[in-house]
Design a protein around this ligand. Structure first.
Ligand code: ATP
Ligand code: MG
Length: 677
C-alpha cells in the first residue's frame, strides 16, 4: 500500500501526535469539541496498523452512531487501515450474537428483535392497570430503557430510581410492576429488545468459554469514541471483551455528555486515569473545526456550566480564519421560522454549498415535520437522520418479509428493480405520489430507499464495478461484501441476501440532501452550515428538564449543537407554535444576551444571478471559469498559476467575499502576492 507511517503522522499537531504514537496500553484523550479527538484515534489505529504493531482485524473501534462508524471506516480506508472493525456497540453486539447464535441459543434461532417497544410497554401498562395516555407509555418506556442500560432489575428499580432522583411518571413500585410485566411479555413472545442485545452479548461470553476465547483472541486493541456517553451495559460489554487486558484507547468530552437520561455517565471517562494508573492522558484544546466566531459562542455557552466536569474543561482556541457572525433570529411562529430556514438553505445551495454540507438540528424529533414540509415546498432535498435503526423500522422489516416471500415466486431472470417495486406494492408502497410530510412521508422515503438500493445493486453488478470500502461492515474480509464482483447475480434472492448483510451491519442507505437531525444524533458530526432551530425556552431546555442536572444536560446539548458548525451558524426560535397562535414563548435561557441576541441583521446572500456570472466569466489564458476556480477552492488557475487573469481574479475575490459573508469561508484559499506573480 502507498500510505506510509509518515503520511499517517502528517497533519497532526504535537499533542495529537503524542496520542497517536503513545505505546500500547491505556490511553485517554480528554478534550473539547472539534479538537481532533476522532482524528487522533483514527490516526492512532492507522499508525499501529501501518507500523505493523497490530493486524487490522485485531482492532475493534466502537463509536456512537452508525453514521459515525461509517465515517470512521471510510477514513481508516484512506489511511491504509481498511479491514478494521468500526461499529456501534449495538452493531458489534448484534453481529456477535448472530454469529454465535447456534452455540449460544443451543441450536435455536436468535430471538426476534422487539420492533415496537412503545406497543409492548403500552400493553404492559394496561395489564398493570394504567391504560390510555401515550405520554405515559413514552415516559414508562424511557424509565425501562434507563433501568436496563443501568443494569437495574425490576426488583431493585424502586430503591435505585428513588436514590437517583428520577422524575417518575408513576409511583416507583408501579413503574417496577410495568417493567416486570414488560420483561415477562417480551420473554413469552421469544423476543429481545435493544438493551438486551448488549446484555446478551456480554452474558454469552461469560457463559460460553469457547465463544469468549474466540472473540478475545480476535480483538486485541480496543478504541471507544464519545466515551463520555457510555452507559453501564456498554461499559460491562467493553470490560467483558477486555477480560482484564488494557490495550484500550478512550476519548471524550465531559461537556458533551447528552445521554445521561438513558443511563450514560461521564464518570467512566473522568475516572479513567484513576482506574488505569499507567494510562497516558492527553488533552487537546485547539479547535480545528469551527471559525473563531463559532468557537467564541460555544465557549460562552459552556462557560456557564455547573458541575464537576466544569473544572476540568479547557477553553477552546479557534485555529481557523474568521468567518461570518452567527445569526440569531426570532420569528412570530414555527411555520415562519421553518420557511425562513428553508429559504436560506435554498440560497446557500444556490451559492454553491452542497446540500450534504447543511444541517437543520432540533431538540425533539416531532419538530422535524414542519421543516420537512418547508424544505419540500422550497424544493430542497433533505435526509431525515436517525437512520441508524433503518433496518429496525416497522415498514422496512415488513418490506424485507415481503421481499423474502417474493423470492419464492419471482422469475430469477426478471429485472431486479421492477420486481422489488412490485414486492413493495404488497406493503402499500407506490412509487408515484409521495405523501407531503410527516410520518407517512418518512415511511415512503424508507421504502424508496430500498428501491434505490436495488438500483444501486443492479448497476454495480451489471457494470462489475468494485467500489472499495463503501462502508460495508463485514469487517474481517472473508465474507463477500456488497461490491464483490462475485458474478452478475442480480436476482431478487441475491439482493435480499445483501439486504440481510447490510441489516446485520446496520449499514443504512445514504441519500444526498440537507440533514434533518435531532441534536442527540448529531454528536461527533460536522457541517459547513448548521441551523439550530426551535431554541425557545420550554423546547431547549425542554419543560421536562426539572432538576438542575437535567438543565445542565440541556445546556450541553446546545453546546454540542453549536460546535457542529464549521463556518456558518444560525440560531432561531419562534414566539408561537402555530401561525396566529399565542406568542408566549421566550428565547432559550442558554442563549447569551447582548449584541449577539440583538443582531438579527440579514446578511447578503449570493443570488442566482451571481452564480450565472461566476459560470460565464473565464480565464482568458486557460479557460477555467470563475465557478470552477471557486469549486476547486483554488486561488489561481490550476493550469496557468503565473498568468492568472486579472479580471477573473478580481471577480473571484468579490465573489469569495460575498460567499464568505453569506455561507462559507474557504479559509484555505489564500491570496498572496506569490500566487499573483
Ligand atoms: P467532537 O468532540 O465534536 O467529536 P473531535 O474532537 O472528535 O470533535 P474531529 O472530528 O476529530 O474532532 O476534528 C474536527 C475537525 O477538525 C475535522 O474536520 C478534522 O479533520 C479537523 N482537524 C482535526 N485535527 C486537525 C489538524 N491537526 N489539522 C487540521 N485539521 C484538523
Ligand atoms: Mg469526535
Amino acid at each position: 500500500e502507498s500510505v506510509t507511517v509518515d503520511d499517517v503522522l502528517a497533519g497532526l499537531d504535537d499533542e495529537q501526535r503524542a496520542a497517536v504514537t503513545a505505546p500500547a496500553g491505556p490511553l485517554c484523550i480528554l478534550a473539547g469539541a472539534g479538537t481532533g479527538k476522532t482524528r487522533a484515534i483514527t490516526h492512532r489505529i492507522a499508525h499501529r496498523v501501518r507500523s505493523g504493531q497490530v493486524q487490522p482485524q485485531q482492532v475493534l473501534a466502537v463509536t456512537f452512531t452508525a453514521r459515525a462508524a461509517a465515517e470512521l471506516r471510510a477514513r481508516l480506508g484512506m489511511l491504509g487501515a481498511g479491514g478494521v472493525s468500526a461499529r456501534t456497540f449495538h452493531a458489534a453486539a448484534l453481529r456477535q450474537l448472530r454469529y454465535f447464535a447456534p452455540r449460544i441459543f443451543h441450536g435455536r434461532a436468535m430471538p426476534e428483535l422487539v420492533d415496537s417497544k412503545a406497543r409492548l410497554v403500552t400493553l404492559a401498562a394496561a395489564k398493570t392497570g394504567h391504560r390510555g395516555e401515550r405520554t405515559l407509555a413514552r415516559d414508562l418506556a424511557g424509565e425501562i430503557e434507563w433501568a436496563k442500560s443501568s443494569l437495574v432489575e425490576p426488583g431493585d428499580y424502586p430503591a435505585v430510581a428513588t436514590k437517583a432522583g428520577r422524575e417518575l411518571p408513576l409511583a416507583a413500585d408501579q413503574v417496577a410492576a410495568v417493567f416486570a410485566e414488560y420483561e415477562r411479555a417480551k420473554r413469552a413472545a421469544g423476543m429481545i429488545d435493544f438493551e438486551d442485545v448488549l446484555r446478551a452479548a456480554a452474558w454469552a461470553m461469560e457463559e460460553h468459554q469457547d465463544v469468549a476465547e474466540q472473540i478475545r483472541s480476535q480483538y486485541r486493541h480496543f478504541v471507544v469514541d464519545e466515551y463520555q456517553d457510555v452507559n453501564p451495559v456498554q461499559q460491562k460489554l467493553l470490560e467483558t471483551w477486555l477480560a482484564g487486558r488494557d490495550d484500550l484507547t478512550v476519548v471524550g468530552d465531559a461537556s458533551q455528555t447528552i445521554y445521561s437520561f438513558t443511563g450514560a455517565t461521564s464518570g467512566y471517562l473522568v475516572d479513567f486515569p484513576r482506574q488505569h494508573k499507567d494510562a497516558t492522558v492527553v488533552r487537546l484544546f485547539r479547535d480545528y473545526r469551527s471559525t473563531p466566531q463559532v468557537v467564541a459562542l460555544a465557549n460562552t455557552v459552556i462557560s456557564q456550566a455547573r458541575g464537576a466536569e466544569a473544572r476540568l474543561r479547557l477553553e477552546l482556541v479557534g485555529q481557523r480564519a474568521p468567518g461570518p457572525e452567527p445569526e440569531v433570529r426570532d420569528f412570530p411562529d414555527e411555520p415562519a421560522e421553518a420557511a425562513a430556514v428553508a429559504a436560506r438553505c435554498a440560497a446557500l445551495i444556490d451559492a454553491g454549498t452542497p446540500p450534504s454540507e447543511i444541517a437543520v438540528l432540533y431538540r425533539i424529533n416531532a419538530q422535524s415535520e414542519v421543516y420537512e414540509g418547508a424544505l419540500a415546498d422550497a424544493g430542497v432535498p433533505y435526509v431525515l437522520q436517525g437512520s441508524e435503526r433503518f433496518f429496525e423500522r416497522g415498514e422496512v422489516r415488513q418490506a424485507m418479509v415481503a421481499l423474502r416471500v417474493a423470492t419464492r415466486t419471482a422469475d430469477p431472470g426478471a429485472p431486479l428493480v421492477p420486481t422489488v417495486a412490485e414486492a413493495l406494492d404488497a406493503v402499500g408502497w407506490r412509487s408515484e405520489n409521495p405523501p407531503a410530510g410527516g410520518a407517512a412521508r418518512e415511511k415512503w422515503e424508507a421504502l424508496a430507499a430500498l428501491v434505490g438500493l436495488a438500483e444501486e445493486f443492479a448497476a454495480s453488478r451489471s457494470t462489475g464495478t468494485t467500489r472499495a470500502d463503501r462502508g460495508d461492515d463485514t469487517g474481517h474480509g472473508g465474507q463477500p461484501g456488497w461490491d464483490d464482483p462475485a458474478g452478475p447475480d442480480t436476482s431478487l434472492a441475491a439482493f435480499t441476501a445483501e439486504l440481510d448483510r447490510r441489516a446485520a451491519a446496520q449499514h443504512a442507505p445514504t441519500v444526498e440532501g440537507v440533514t434533518l437531525a435531532s441534536l442527540h444524533s448529531a454528536k461527533g458530526l460536522e457541517w459547513d452550515a448548521v441551523f439550530l432551530v426551535g431554541l425557545a425556552d420550554g423546547t431547549l431546555p425542554t419543560t421536562y428538564a426539572k432538576t438542575p442536572e437535567a438543565l445542565e444536560e440541556e445546556r450541553r446539548l446546545l453546546y454540542v449543537g453549536i460546535t457542529r458548525a464549521r463556518e456558518w451558524l444560525w440560531l432561531s426560535w419562534a414566539a408561537a407554535r402555530a401561525a396566529g397562535g399565542r406568542q408566549s414563548r421566550r428565547p432559550s435561557r442558554f442563549l447569551p444576551a447582548g449584541p449577539a441576541r440583538a443582531g438579527t441583521t440579514t446578511q447578503p446572500v449570493p443570488k442566482k444571478r451571481d452564480r450565472a456570472v461566476a459560470r460565464s466569466v473565464s480565464c482568458r489564458v486557460c479557460g477555467v471559469t470563475l465557478m470552477d476556480a471557486m469549486e476547486r477552492k483554488l486561488g489561481r488557475c490550476a493550469t496557468c498559476p503565473s498568468t492568472m487573469d486579472e479580471e477573473l481574479l478580481e471577480r473571484l475575490q468579490a465573489w469569495r467575499a460575498l460567499v464568505a459573508q453569506a455561507a462559507r469561508v474557504p479559509s484555505y484559499v489564500v491570496f498572496t502576492d506569490a500566487t499573483l506573480t
